[in-house]
Design a protein around this ligand. Structure first.
Ligand SMILES: Cc1cc2nc3c(=O)[nH]c(=O)nc-3n(C[C@H](O)[C@H](O)[C@H](O)COP(=O)(O)OP(=O)(O)OC[C@H]3O[C@@H](n4cnc5c(N)ncnc54)[C@H](O)[C@@H]3O)c2cc1C
Length: 482
């Protein structure tokens, strides 16, 4: 009997590629021979990870870095021989700001990821009035919510910290990560750590203080990493290395190939065969399938097998955003840019969500005489701006930069990247929906979902979830039902 098992991974973003990588690792450890094919609709690999190199400028169309605290991405870089390419943010200018009540105000580093291990920044930021600070401190006394029902991010933080702390500090940081509306987002699905802190310590602030002590006593012996890290020549270096390694391992790559449909070819207890119908009319056959596509694409693919899972996947909404990179001669914008950039609270009613002074945040992104900035617009409830043509969009963003930080010069380089339906929204009930989707799909052996739509939106989350998906496939192929 032929023991070679075929696995098709649909979607060649970081989720699909890291799943294929983990599949090879785990299959070889389990003594299973697999033949893996990765299929992607786009002509190039990496999905949202797209680095542009124009002259000496390095710009990221999508993600520009990843969190170092979540170690999956750093570990994958190490396995791919990329450790010496990892770069920290520029320590000499590590300030971030929030645009609040008409001007930029400084936020210390700890707040940039709403990290629950930094308390001082909340108190020192000067963003809150005394009554706002006093209300925030009430978190130490407010009773813990006993019901385990889901709660929106806005409700959780208003309840614990008060409206002012939420609107001025927490909301813009969260909106920057998810492009979302905190009134609709699930705290349990997006920031479960805060819920744990409340439950464990009776207060988010007390929990943050305790976590800080633990984190500093457990400081790792490895190289010191800043909160966010990137790769010297851009994040697409991770994609190139993954594709290179997978090619050496015999993985087949099919780019510019849209998967139109899935069919069950046959099934016996514990053993399924799937057909993957491609847009050129041909089909691939697989013993196991990984769908690493956005939830709304996976919805269409699984609907003929299970309309329930299709319907539930459709309930995961996606927001659209755009990033606009612009370069200026430093001399023309002297004094305008400081620190890493700034975020803008929704309550300010502006077009700009955030801006990063890319060339101040990272070395190797622009020549010394150029300032490179990346601006973000769009997100839930603010997507109308994406309908503007490129000229009008850039003009609106330039007006924002002029009024917020005095940048009026003409950029000598502009690049607009629109990301339509790109940012999944973990809305209220998200975790319960995931359970229901899993239950509806559980009948289909070897069919696994992974990707940014489910259990974390950051690159390390996608890599970790890809490894979990690979484990499930290998367990299934080993004869155990996952
Ligand atoms: C503007 C922006 C900025 C971000 N910034 C950061 C950041 O700084 N740090 C961070 O950690 N994360 C960031 N993220 C999030 C992170 O980039 C994503 O979560 C992650 O890259 C998603 O990877 P994925 O593989 O799950 O999905 P994708 O990258 O979307 O890959 C899915 C793939 O499926 C393919 N596909 C779709 N339909 C089909 C089909 N029918 N057949 C075949 N293939 C199909 C697509 O072509 C695509 O390549 C950002 C996201 C955006 C949009």
């Amino acid at each position: 009997m032929n023991n070679l098992r075929t696995v098709v991974v649909i979607g060649g973003g970081i989720s699909g590629l890291s799943t294929a990588y983990a599949l090879h690792e785990r299959a070889s450890a389990a003594g299973i021979q697999i033949r893996c094919t990765v299929v992607d609709a786009a002509p190039s690999w990496g999905g949202k990870i797209v680095t542009h190199r124009v002259g000496d400028l390095v710009t990221e169309a999508g993600p520009d870095s990843f969190l170092s605290q979540k170690t999956a991405a750093i570990e994958l870089c190490a396995k791919l021989g990329l450790t010496d390419q990892l770069i920290n943010t520029n320590e000499t200018s590590k300030r971030a700001c929030v645009f609040s009540q008409g001007r930029l105000r400084e936020l210390p580093e700890g707040l940039v990821v709403i990290s629950p291990n930094q308390l001082g920044p909340f108190l020192r930021s000067g963003l809150l009035s005394w009554p706002g600070l006093a209300r925030m401190a009430l978190d130490l006394a407010i009773p813990v919510k006993r019901s385990s029902s889901d709660e929106s991010l806005a409700s959780f933080f208003r309840r614990r910290m008060g409206r002012q702390a939420f609107e001025r500090m927490l909301e813009p940081l969260m909106a920057g990560i998810y492009g979302g509306d905190a009134e609709q987002m699930s705290v349990q699905a997006t920031f479960p750590r805060f819920v744990e802190l409340e439950q464990q310590y009776g207060s988010v602030i007390r929990g943050m203080m305790a976590a800080r002590k633990t984190d500093s006593s457990a400081a790792s012996a490895g190289p010191k990493r800043t909160m966010f890290v990137s790769l010297k020549n851009g994040l697409s270096g991770l994609i190139d290395a993954l594709v290179g390694r997978l090619t050496e391992q015999g993985v087949t790559f099919r780019s510019s190939t849209i998967v139109d449909a899935l069919r069950v070819r046959s099934h016996q207890p514990g053993r399924w065969k799937y057909d993957i119908i491609l847009n050129d009319g041909s089909a691939l056959s697989a013993d196991s399938l990984v769908l690493a596509t956005p939830a709304y694409v996976s919805a269409e693919l699984v609907r003929p097998l299970t309309p329930i899972a299709g319907g539930l996947l459709d309930l995961i909404p996606y927001a659209s955003t755009a990033t606009i990179a612009m370069a200026y001669p430093c001399a023309a914008v002297a004094g305008a840019a400081e620190g890493f950039g700034f975020v803008v609270p929704r309550a300010e009613g502006r077009d700009l969500i955030a801006a990063t002074w890319t060339s101040l945040k990272w070395a190797h992104r622009a020549p010394a005489d150029q300032l490179l900035v990346r601006c973000y617009v769009g997100g839930v409830g603010r997507e109308a701006i994406l309908q503007l043509d490129e000229r009008a969009l850039v003009s609106r963003v330039r007006d924002e930069l002029a009024s917020m930080c005095g940048v009026t010069a003409e950029p000598n380089y502009v690049q607009v990247n629109r990301w339509m339906k790109a940012m999944p929204q973990y809305t209220l009930g998200h975790l319960e929906r995931l359970n229901q989707i899993e239950a509806a799909l559980s009948r289909y052996g070897g069919l696994v979902l992974t990707g940014t739509g489910y259990r974390g939106v950051g690159i390390p989350d996608c890599i970790r979830d890809g490894a979990v998906a690979a484990d499930r496939v290998v367990r299934y192929l080993s004869g155990e039902r996952s």
